[in-house]
Write a protein that binds this ligand. Sequence first.
Ligand code: HEC
Ligand code: HEC
Length: 433
Amino acid sequence: MLLLAVMTIGVVAGAIVLFMISGDLARRIGISPGGRALLSAGLGTGVIAVCIKIFIAGTLIVAMKDHDHAPPQPVSARLQSMPDGYLDSSFTGRWHALPASAPTPDGKATSQEVIRLGRRLFNEPALSADGKVSCASCHVLAEGGDDNAPNSTGIKGLRGSRNAPTVWNAAFLSRLFWDGRVSSLEDQAMGPLVNPVEMGMPSHEAVEATLRAMPAYVEVFERAFGSPETITIENIVHAIASYERTLIAPDTAYDRFVRGDTGALNARQIRGMALFAGLGCRSCHRDPTFSAAGQIRPAGVRKPFPVFPDAAFVARYDLLADRGTARAGRAIGLWRVPSLRNVANTAPYFHNGSVDSLEEAVRVMAATQLGRLVAADRDDGAPEIAWNPKTRTVTPYYPSELTEVDVAALATFLESLSVPAVTGGPEGAEPAF
Ligand code: HEC
Ligand code: HEC
């Protein structure tokens, strides 16, 4: 529409200029009839050329925008259409281990006093309207950082519609919530305190007032921030976020494997890793966070889901009732690609918590994101898959039909991204004051 309008304005403006030149104006400044014809021909061509350029540029911009929303071509198809031996390094290249510490907003270390205060606030039920719900009620560190329920229970037994993601390793993500609507842990923590079905406080001022009325906190804030007047919502969320930045679980079997311990993954997990690369899971779930919103090696944060709306899965798991940040009228949802770290500890899966097992989540992903149904029931074994510890690369494996053995291999590879038993932050799961 905009394009047509620009074209029309261009043509009308051109016509007016031509009219003026060939008419009165030219006669008045005394250009001869021959010169007039030449001038109008020259200017006319110029105007037409500008219009054509605007049109081409506009068409290109529109095409690029459409491309953003178009379902990605399955990587397996892209791989098969590539010349032998050529593989795109964005999803087959070097694998990355998770760093042991997360970046801070100002790049500086946070004081232990602030972290300890954050830990206490994270576990503080007084920050909820009924005095019973804290961040830790829904993000149980020892249970994998979530509540293992399809959706969470907040004050007065009220329930939201989305599944609670883990807080473990959230500090590495540049976009938070299922739909990626906030971009820092500080901004994130503002939400649940006043969310009517979570902690239900009437306002952030009420949160400040509650803490100011608790003498123990006045003292702790003074220690952490230097004065008793520092009980502000900004400092409250900063302390909580600082604590969350210590909730890192880096030493998984996968991390040890890519750092050089070649015995850390078994043959089936390495097959899963080769499938994860070959099928194209890795183009959205980027290591080391296995999210597209990782601050290290990010990809496009949000992706359509389900890209291939497999009717059976969509109906069984109600995958289209909530469409994330998709614009009104769009047929499929748009979601932040979540991290798969600790995914073995955070069932049930997806934004609505509708899928109970990791194997089924893998089947749903293969079908809805890559157009691959688990078709073959016999398994002829994978070809030889090599891990090169020097380049940290694996032979990508992309069978034309997935088998249940492939699904199990992918699921057990995902288990290797999880720590077996998460016992709590640096000082254990319970707050120690
Ligand atoms: C009643 C349960 C409940 C409470 C209480 C709660 N959360 Fe959550 N949390 C959730 C749910 C559900 C989501 C996902 C919501 C969404 O995406 O729309 C979430 C999302 C998050 C995320 C984003 C993780 C990611 O990968 O995007 C973080 C971080 C988080 N919560 C931290 C906190 C903190 C800090 C508090 C306390 C101030 C808190 N939560 C209180 C249920 C809860
Ligand atoms: C086109 C991008 C894309 C591709 C390719 C992709 N995923 Fe996903 N994945 C997503 C998105 C987006 C979600 C979140 C869906 C939602 O809203 O519930 C997700 C969710 C998941 C979950 C659930 C996580 C949780 O905490 O609930 C698992 C497990 C998963 N993907 C594994 C895989 C595997 C295995 C593959 C390859 C077979 C794969 N994904 C391919 C984008 C992708």
